[in-house]
Design a protein around this ligand. Structure first.
Ligand code: FES
Ligand SMILES: [Fe+2]
Length: 254
């Protein structure tokens, strides 16, 4: 078998800027975290001006693929070539057209080393279903990141969170330049930053059995009580405010 045949095309209008799409495409690290239902692991082999080369393992296991990204400097197009592993030589070719300041049209084609028209049609159908899910997940992340990057007015440095008797948890609040969440953790009230210090991802899920918060975008982990990295990274959460009870009201103070 030589050459590639066109198996399928996925087209979509994405409510995100070309800058966000470029950032997302270059961000290999989000693949097994944001797309955990599709990918189990991803390790960087190398990177250059064209993009990255990674070893990617599917969620179902099996042999890893070696993938190489080639992205145009203006992000008008990119392609991902499977250099080794399952589906070797296949290519995903993507055209990105900016249609508004925060909107793009994307056209994603899948080319594979297969001749049989029936097999091609089956591969194309599966490809479209997978890419619809991946772009759903990517679009949500890109929109949340755009919102997180937008300037916000500074909040007060002291906030009354209401009567203790009426407390409903978890409770989100802004204080100073930070965004926090009040939870009950091991019988005590605990406030923690709800913004990941890596790329501003949402730390909205409750702590796990080890008392750690896991960011859904790249999987970084933080100790909810101390804010320290739980996976050896040189990052920590924004300092949590002091929580006190004054005249029956819960007060957060930065
Ligand atoms: S934004 Fe990357 S791990 Fe949180
Ligand atoms: Fe993605």
């Amino acid at each position: 078998m030589t050459g590639l045949a066109h198996a399928g095309t996925y087209v979509r209008d994405v409510a995100a800027s070309r800058a966000r799409i470029r950032e997302n495409v270059l961000d290999w690290e989000h693949l097994p975290a944001l797309h955990a239902s599709s990918f189990a692991a991803c390790e960087l082999v190398d990177s250059d001006a064209d993009g990255w080369r990674v070893r990617l393992t599917a969620a179902g296991g099996g042999d890893a693929q070696t993938l190489k990204l080639f992205i145009a400097p203006d992000t008008s197009h990119y392609r991902v070539v499977t250099e080794a592993g399952p589906g070797a030589t296949s290519e995903i070719r993507v055209a990105v057209t900016e249609t508004a300041p925060h909107a793009c049209h994307v056209r994603v084609e899948y080319h594979v080393p297969v001749n049989d028209p029936e097999v091609l049609a089956m591969i194309g159908k599966g490809f479209v279903a997978i890419y619809e899910r991946l772009w759903d997940e990517d679009e949500a992340m890109m929109q949340a990141r755009e919102a997180a990057l937008a300037p916000r007015p500074r909040a007060p440095d002291r906030v009354d969170l209401g009567p203790e008797a009426a407390l409903a948890l978890p409770l989100d609040f802004d204080l100073g330049s930070g965004r926090f969440r009040l939870i009950r953790h091991q019988t005590t009230l605990l406030a923690h930053s709800r913004i990941c210090p890596h790329w501003l991802g949402p730390l909205d899920a409750p702590p796990d059995g080890d008392g750690c918060l896991t960011c859904p975008w790249h999987g970084y982990r933080f100790d909810a009580a101390t804010g320290r990295s739980a996976d050896g990274r040189a990052l920590r959460l924004a300092p949590a405010p002091a929580i006190s009870i004054e005249n029956g009201h819960i007060i957060a103070c930065g």
